[in-house]
Ligand binder design. Structure first.
Ligand code: SAH
Ligand code: SF4
Ligand code: F3S
Length: 433
């Protein structure tokens, strides 16, 4: 029998990367080989993102390109998975008849069966428990693995599609997560990045039937000898419990980095966004965590041009950033999303949105550069994760999540080393052993 190939492309967040890895595992189990050459593929899966309009446009333009390849190769099956599949369902097939299967983030475990038996997906239901029970977990990484522990969101920020695409908040049981971590650890993985749309809202059940929080889980994972580093993302300010903050002070395997999106530095915008907290609440968390872990590296997300955002509101955001100082942050122009409460208003003109984004990004970049520069000639611990683009180059991460590169004759992948920082480029650090 001839070889069967599968091509998977991920869009969007790390949870999609994790889901794509699981789809690869499911199809590898059925004898498929992974290919990076789409023209070889018997099955092509686009694991899509619905967060902003641009992300969705990208999917449709890729489908357009794939159409030509598929027309020359009549046995290729095209699958649209992920959050666009959940949000737009069968409209996708109407708009792009070359799509064969549409499957949402909670039912992709059925995909091999759907393709073999032309079974209909259950993509409109949120069967998280069912899904996680039916997945296969094989590590394809060399040092650091993502691990989804929580999925979905009950927060309903007025701009966001996630509660509709991923469903209600669901936490996997402690035992399942520990078993998956041990599996990765036994294949050599040293770092686990715990994922969830609201990872710090985690409340999984332990063996004794008790509900446990994220700090409990992190503590349990840190008992696994082979795991040297633990990270988690993304957190919501209202779920930033003291136990988790204290875990940063007491657990040496928990990396000193916190991604805590705020979206805006103006209380009136936060209110319209339905974020359920104020700027003051956020600053209190920052104080608390810096109190117990002074070197914690903070990162965030910002949206500019949200409906009714005035110059004053934007000024508050800039002042807020100057006050907190982030080591890195991500910023986006507001994109009205179908089905969300904020969708009908988009009253900030494009030029203003662009000017605000550019001012905000300059400030954030300046903070990032200054932060990175402060490590020049200092010694830091780095986990090397992969080969770089140049000969003998390796890429790793510091404990503060900075990207680091080195040139070395010796193979460094999956080594944790103490290095000296010799140069800092805008977004990365160069080092020597
Ligand atoms: N769960 C996380 C983030 C989810 S989405 C949280 O609670 O913050 C990742 C980021 O995309 C968000 O933090 C937000 O900054 C951005 N985003 C979400 N919806 C958006 C929209 N409609 N327009 C622009 N940016 C958006
Ligand atoms: Fe979206 Fe808000 Fe939920 Fe984050 S907390 S996923 S921004 S609704
Ligand atoms: Fe995008 Fe879905 Fe993640 S909308 S950001 S892929 S949860």
């Amino acid at each position: 029998m001839s070889e069967k190939y599968i091509y998977i492309k991920s869009y969007g967040c790390q949870m999609n990367v994790y889901d794509s890895d699981r789809m690869k595992d499911l199809f590898s189990d059925k004898g498929y080989k992974i290919t990076k050459d789409i023209s070889k593929a018997n099955i092509t899966i686009l694991n899509t993102c619905h967060i902003r309009e641009k992300a969705v446009e990208k999917v449709y333009s890729d489908i357009g390109r794939i159409k030509k390849i598929k027309n020359n190769k009549n046995n290729m099956k095209l699958v649209v998975a992920g959050c666009v599949a959940q949000a737009e369902g069968n409209e996708i097939k109407k708009r792009s008849p070359i799509v064969d299967f549409v499957v949402g983030p909670q039912s992709y475990h059925e995909l091999p069966d759907m393709i073999d038996n032309l079974k209909k997906p259950l993509s409109s239901e949120f069967l998280q428990n069912e899904k996680f029970k039916n997945l296969i977990y094989n590590s394809s990484k060399q040092s650091s693995e993502f691990l989804s522990i929580q999925e979905g969101c009950d927060k309903f920020c007025s701009f966001c599609v996630v509660p509709y695409t991923r469903g209600p908040e669901f936490s996997r049981p402690i035992e399942d997560i520990i078993n998956e971590t041990k599996k990765y650890a036994s294949s050599g993985i040293k770092e686990i990045i715990l994922l969830g749309q609201n990872v710090n809202a985690y409340h999984g059940i332990s063996k004794d039937g008790k509900s446990r929080n994220l700090s409990y889980l992190i503590n349990k994972i840190s008992e696994i000898e082979e795991i040297k580093r633990i990270r988690y993302m993304t957190s919501h300010p209202i779920d930033m419990e003291d136990t988790l903050i204290n875990e940063h002070a007491t657990n040496s395997k928990l990396m000193p980095f916190l991604h805590l999106p705020i979206q805006s530095g103006s209380d009136s915008i936060l209110k319209k966004m339905n974020r359920k907290h104020t700027v003051e609440d956020y600053l209190k968390i920052v104080d608390k965590i810096r109190n117990v872990k002074p070197d914690i590296a903070l990162s965030s997300d910002f949206i500019v041009g949200f409906p009714d955002e005035s110059d004053k509101d934007f000024e508050y955001t800039m002042k807020f950033i100057e006050k907190v100082k982030f080591v890195i942050a991500y910023s986006f122009i507001y994109s009205p999303r179908p089905g969300t409460p904020a969708q009908h208003k988009d009253n900030i003109d494009n030029a203003t949105k662009k000017a605000r984004l550019s001012a905000l990004q300059s400030l954030l970049t300046e903070q990032q550069i200054n932060y990175n520069k402060s490590f020049l000639n200092k010694d830091m611990e780095v986990l090397f994760e992969k080969e770089g683009r140049h000969k003998n180059q390796y890429i790793g991460r510091t404990i503060y999540n900075q990207s680091t590169f080195i040139t070395s004759e010796e193979k460094l992948i999956n080594k944790i080393l103490q290095v000296r920082i010799t140069n800092s480029t805008n977004f990365a650090l160069e080092c020597q052993i």
